[in-house]
Write a protein that binds this ligand. Structure first.
Ligand SMILES: *Cc1c(COP(=O)(O)O)cnc(C)c1O
Length: 426
């Protein structure tokens, strides 16, 4: 037996505490294996994964097709940098752009990098195409946003914990309330220097806030009217999570086509990450049409690993899985079942009062304050009962399993969740 195999969970946690920066507060469970909707800890205990690595593992853990593509590519070529061409990137770019209906893609690695890319692209377009005076461009963002952790991105966060003592902050952002068309219109009317509107179709980190049904469509229409780029951050909501290929697709009811086409609030810039690789590898992407993307010229933006051959091969496999296994349809059907079962329970519950979400991105709101540790304690009990989830606030628990789940498994999970919540009823 190797040294590692003999180390128990407590000892591994102690190593992280001693040698790792304390920038996370993980639930105390040490995982060593994953397959589909399940993960196993170092002691062999099996859990349903209801976080899916913040929706990166939509295709399920260690999907054989994705792992196969990764291993195959890793054995022939891993990295060339963009100083040279590699034989995987072009075919991936064609596949990805056709899949989502855009002219071009700019490949990056992490979500935050892709958001940064979108912001730079938007500003450059504002100066070179829209004609905003130099360095006057403003980008509208929403209260409660989460777009990542870079200095610029946290500059327009409301989360004091994410912001405090990381200044000075990047300028050029105007914050408005989420889900308010009136607020958006007011800024667009009064300020001629607006370059873009950056929005999450559903605010995931904030606690799975779903806006009014027509919010995105109306926001997009307003952006059109004022010649402002509509920038959708679908890093968490995209790639089938909310029951359609993208959350901006809305509640399309056509069974055959909705997986493929952006139907009603097509972004000018689409930001993808997380499930673009099925969680196997960091792959992110910024998609736009030529009128926007062509403002970027050689040397103006890039990344050593962006567009590397492993990322390209992995992303193609991950997107094929989404289509082949009808993950959008599955998320839509199981999401409805999940909310209806939990709503039934909540009617008579003294511990939970609301379930909200779309597809398989849902949250349950607990009867306690944001500052309480009740949601955390419930997640500890869920863990003991074989299901892993994480609070987004003191009183909100997000439930987002891999989309490869089947109905029997979902009903099993609903039973675990209700049983656990009942333990907390007074
Ligand atoms: C996770 C996330 C990001 C940041 O992605 P990283 O890969 O962690 O940098 C940005 N936007 C949204 C909506 C996210 O959920």
């Amino acid at each position: 037996m190797s040294v590692l195999e003999k180390i128990n969970a407590e000892a591994i946690i102690a190593l992280e505490n001693k040698y790792g920066a304390h920038n996370y507060h993980p639930l105390p469970v040490v995982l060593s294996r994953g397959e589909g909707v399940y993960v196993w800890d170092v002691d062999g205990k099996k859990y349903y994964d209801f976080l899916s690595a913040y929706s990166a593992v939509n295709q399920g853990h260690c999907h054989p097709k994705i792992v196969g593509a990764m291993v195959k590519q890793a054995q022939s070529l891993t990295l060339t940098s963009r100083a040279f061409y590699n034989d995987q990137l072009g075919p991936y770019e064609e596949y990805l752009t056709k899949y989502f209906g855009f002219d071009k893609v700019l490949p990056m690695n992490t979500g935050a990098e892709a958001v940064e890319t979108a912001l730079k692209l938007c500003r450059k377009w504002a100066y070179e195409v829209k004609g905003i005076a130099e360095y006057e461009a403003q980008i509208i963002v929403c209260d409660g946003n989460f777009h990542g952790r870079t200095t610029t991105i946290i500059s327009f966060s409301n989360d004091e914990n994410a912001r405090k003592n990381f200044g000075p902050y990047t300028e050029g952002f105007i914050k408005i309330p989420y889900d308010s068309i009136e607020a958006l219109e007011k800024v667009l009317q009064s300020d001629k220097n607006i370059a873009g509107f950056l929005v999450e179709p559903i605010q995931g980190e904030a606690g799975v806030y779903t806006p009014a049904d027509d919010y995105l469509m109306r926001a997009k229409a307003l952006c059109n009217t004022y010649n402002v780029l509509f920038i959708a951050d679908e890093i968490q909501t995209g790639i089938a999570r909310t029951g359609s290929l993208l959350a901006v697709c809305g509640d399309c009811t056509c069974e055959n086509h909705c997986e493929k086409q952006v139907t009603y609030a097509t972004p000018d810039i689409l930001i993808l990450g997380k499930a673009l690789s099925g969680g196997a590898y960091p792959v992110s992407a910024v998609l736009a049409n030529d009128a926007v993307m062509n403002v970027i010229k050689p040397g103006q933006h890039g990344s050593t690993f962006g567009g590397n051959p492993i990322a390209a091969a992995v992303a193609v496999a991950a997107l094929e899985v989404v289509e082949e296994e009808h993950l959008a349809q599955n998320a839509r059907v199981l999401g409805k079942l999940f909310r209806s079962k939990l709503n039934e329970y909540i009617k008579t519950s003294s511990i939970a009062h609301l379930v909200r979400g779309k597809g398989l991105l849902n949250a349950v709101v607990i009867n306690d304050t944001e500052e309480s540790d009740t949601a955390w304690n419930i997640c500890m009990a869920l863990r003991d009962n074989g299901l892993l989830a994480k609070p987004t606030h003191g009183n909100i628990i997000r439930f987002a399993p891999p989309l490869v789940m089947n109905e029997a498994q979902l009903l099993d999970c609903v039973a675990i969740i209700i049983k656990t919540l009942k333990q907390f009823e007074k």
